[in-house]
Design a protein around this ligand. Structure first.
Ligand code: ADP
Length: 294
């Protein structure tokens, strides 16, 4: 587990990180979300050792992180750093060798990754000849080619089309499933919502919420339910103890002080006619995010 403990960092007299603490748990994908300028890249650079904190520590399994561990992290920086005039596969082989793989192993891994990322046909092309989306995939392959012990990716999905987001996700999920901690930043809350296990929400250099995605959702949601029926659901407004939040003909979202009360609404709906669906309302991450960073 990678743990950040009380990280502070300033640039000049501008303090950009305030007591930042969170864990990146092996086998889980941790989404790091926050507005531009909230401190995500600075935090990631500190984990990588590219930048030093002014106070606080980065630990791996309870011990201070070592240079050896850092060199085995797969990092995708915000400013993409591939050589424009080198072919994609040569670049992967070169990076793999830098990390101690033999040329043959690096080529094998690189080829396999390009295959999985849908870029195999472009393996021999210079990076500069690729579209931005394909350069992005090549960059992801570069972060993975040396079989990293952990992944830290700065906005890996920005600029990818929806299909490429899905393939990339599959590849990252495999790395997590193999037991590596995976931390990625993103401003695309819909993507984060779908794929991460854990979340860290940062605003103005302060962690506002962190932990399991569902745990955060539960913590920031009052118990609400949605009911969809074939008929009109206006009667729900009249049920004592029920607070209607959203109503649109056959669809109603309501807050109820207890699950028993919600059950009562369901029973009445069944008596009144055909129920199409009923269940707890999952508050979208966009709403939770807006609330916690306020
Ligand atoms: P994010 O990745 O969330 O967009 P950053 O970590 O890049 O945020 O930036 C956080 C803040 O730190 C911003 O106000 C940014 O201008 C400032 N900052 C980042 N790097 C430097 C630097 N090298 N020198 C001065 N200010 C910096």
């Amino acid at each position: 587990m990678i743990s950040l403990r009380g990280i502070n960092r300033s640039f000049g007299d501008h303090q950009v990180l305030h007591d930042v603490s969170f864990d990146v748990v092996p086998g889980r994908m941790t989404g790091f979300v926050g507005a531009n300028g909230s401190g995500k890249t600075t935090t990631m650079r500190i984990v990588l050792g590219v930048l030093a904190p002014h106070s606080g520590t980065v630990e791996v399994d309870g011990e201070p992180i070592t240079g050896g561990y850092r060199s085995r992290i797969g990092y995708m920086p915000e400013e993409r750093g591939l050589y424009p005039k080198m072919s994609v596969i040569d670049q992967l082989v070169y990076l793999g060798e830098l990390h101690g793989l033999t040329a043959a192993d690096a080529r094998r891994r690189g080829t396999d990754l390009l295959e999985r990322l849908g870029l195999a046909e472009r393996a021999g092309d210079h990076v500069e000849a690729l579209s931005l989306g394909n350069q992005q995939r090549a960059q992801i392959a570069a972060a993975l080619v040396h079989d990293p012990v952990a992944l830290i990716l700065d906005e890996p999905f920005s600029g990818l089309d929806p299909m490429a987001v899905e393939t990339t996700l599959g590849v990252l999920r495999d790395v997590a499933d193999a037991g590596a901690p995976v931390l990625f930043s993103s401003h695309q809350l819909d993507v984060v919502e779908r794929l991460c296990d854990d979340l860290v929400i940062i605003a103005d250099g302060r962690v506002r919420a962190s932990g399991g995605r569902e745990e955060i959702r539960a913590r920031h949601s009052s118990p609400e339910w949605t009911l969809v029926t074939a008929g009109d659901t206006g009667w729900v407004r009249g049920v004592p103890g029920v607070d209607v939040i959203e109503f649109d003909g056959g669809h109603v979202r309501f807050a109820a002080s207890s699950p028993e009360l919600a059950d009562r609404v369901l029973r009445e709906a069944v008596e009144r006619g055909s129920v199409i669906s009923f269940g707890p309302y999952h508050r979208p991450l966009t709403e939770i995010f807006a609330e916690v960073v306020r």
